[in-house]
Design a protein around this ligand. Structure first.
Ligand code: PGA
Ligand code: ZN
Length: 436
């Protein structure tokens, strides 16, 4: 028995952090070794994402059950992968894609396929008695990513009046991952005190950030700058990132309308709005500043801000290599968010990362707003030497599970642990951008 040979796989319906059903898959090997993985679920999902299979039976979980996907794992996928080696990830994932045979994995469900794909990698790593990051990344896996911590939630992730979905703090000036996490936690709590001092409720949104009603979105930036300073840091060391999720604002007429306050923008108007914020605040990156179909608009935004900031394609690329190639051709972005469940297999996720890195894009492994205690994302980030990771606030167990996993990896790596942006990857300017 010199190969981690798969005997079977199965899945069960578990709950994600929003209390909605999702899948947990288990892959069994001939010697009794197992690998277990669960998959997350988005709220502001893009139109180019692989299909998350839901039962649609309104008598269970309001139609959000995943029983059919669970059955697909046991009845369709299990016999097809029996006898395959779990360490042949590319072959395994090709079999899963062929078995599904649709462009967007709608037959079996990307949730079913990804859960098996990840559980197989875990089973193989366990069989080799290796931590997952080492199994996936080999001897070069020694870099810890900079955490982008979402400390104020708006948009589709919170029941407040804030339009921008995520306000993140990014400790680019920390010396290590553990220091970055400590800085993030301190700033998070300072922000909490500032907000409660001003009479805001202490409730949090889906990703663990506070979710107050504010005068406008700029007030969020002012409050975060204040929290950074009152925690004893400056905005050279801790920058701010936005996820605008602007595809949610796109109108049929081709403009943008923020759904909560109703402010309307043309594409050009929205570009000017982002340039204005970048001039005024210490921004590090802007994610999905424009709609997912608007490669041209993105290229225009790149011309204005691409030298100073990371412009991150999430819905724009949907972790899809074909869309990434189109973006590279158009010069539409300089960074990509990587969400394994947007594409549905580990191999395709790694291919996107490889091509993004080759094109000089920063790549950012990311959780979803509905997530689980699964920590595969943390191992994937270290395995691929990701410069950054998005896993929400330093609060709520499904968010800190990934950060805590990174702390454990950092301590296992000891003095060989590296942190942050590799030297050859250009860090955006430290000062607020000067925008023309
Ligand atoms: P989602 O949000 O998981 O709801 O899509 C996360 C993001 O947009 O980055
Ligand atoms: Zn996003």
């Amino acid at each position: 028995m010199n190969k981690p040979q798969i005997t079977r796989c199965c899945a069960k319906e578990i709950l994600d952090s929003r209390g909605n059903p999702t899948l947990e898959a288990t892959v069994f090997l001939t010697d009794g070794t197992v690998g277990v993985a669960s998959v997350p679920s988005g709220a502001s999902t893009g139109i180019y994402e692989a299909c998350e299979k839901r039962d649609g039976d309104r008598r269970r979980y309001g139609g959000r059950g995943v029983r059919e996907a669970v059955v697909n794992v046991g009845r369709v996928i299990s016999p097809a992968i029996s006898g395959i080696s779990a360490s042949e990830q590319a072959e395994l994932d090709r079999i899963l894609c062929d078995l599904d045979s649709t462009e967007n994995k709608s037959r079996l469900g990307a949730n079913a396929i990804l859960a098996v794909s990840l559980a197989a990698a875990r089973a193989a790593a366990n069989w080799y008695r290796m931590p997952l990051y080492r199994y996936l990344g080999g001897i070069s896996a020694e870099r810890l990513p900079i955490p982008m911590m979402n400390i104020l939630n708006g948009g589709a992730h919170a029941q407040n009046n804030v339009e921008i979905q995520e306000f993140m703090i990014v400790p680019v000036g920390a010396e290590s991952f553990s220091e970055a996490l400590r800085m993030g936690s301190e700033i998070y709590h300072t922000l909490g005190r500032i907000l409660s001092g001003e009479g805001h409720p202490s409730g949090v949104g889906d990703e663990g950030g506070y979710a107050p009603n504010l005068k406008d979105d700029e007030e969020a930036l002012e409050l975060i700058c204040r929290a950074i300073e009152e925690s004893g840091y400056d905005t050279d060391r801790v920058r701010i990132s936005l996820d605008c999720a602007a595809s949610e604002w796109f109108t049929e007429e081709g403009g943008y309308r923020m759904p909560k306050r109703g402010a309307s923008f043309s594409r050009q108007g929205l570009i000017e709005y982002w340039c204005g914020l970048a001039k005024k605040y210490p921004l590090f990156s802007i994610e999905d500043g424009l709609d997912q179909r608007d490669f041209e608009g993105w290229s225009e935004l790149m011309k204005r801000l691409g030298k100073d900031l990371l412009l991150v394609g999430d819905d724009l690329f949907a972790t899809n290599v074909k869309r990434l190639r189109e973006g590279i051709r158009h010069g539409s972005a300089n960074a990509i968010l990587v969400k394994p469940n947007q594409i549905g297999t580990l191999s395709e996720t790694v291919q996107v990362i490889r091509e993004a890195a080759e094109a000089g894009y920063a790549f950012i492994p990311s959780h979803r707003s509905g997530d689980t205690e699964d920590t595969t994302l943390a191992d994937l980030a270290v395995a691929t030497s990701a410069p950054l990771i998005k896993s929400g606030a330093p609060c709520r167990s499904e968010r800190v599970a990934k950060y805590n996993r990174l702390l454990r990896i950092e301590s296992a790596l000891g003095s060989s642990a590296l942190y942050g942006l590799p030297r050859r990857q250009s860090a955006p300017a430290r000062k607020p951008a000067t925008v023309g």
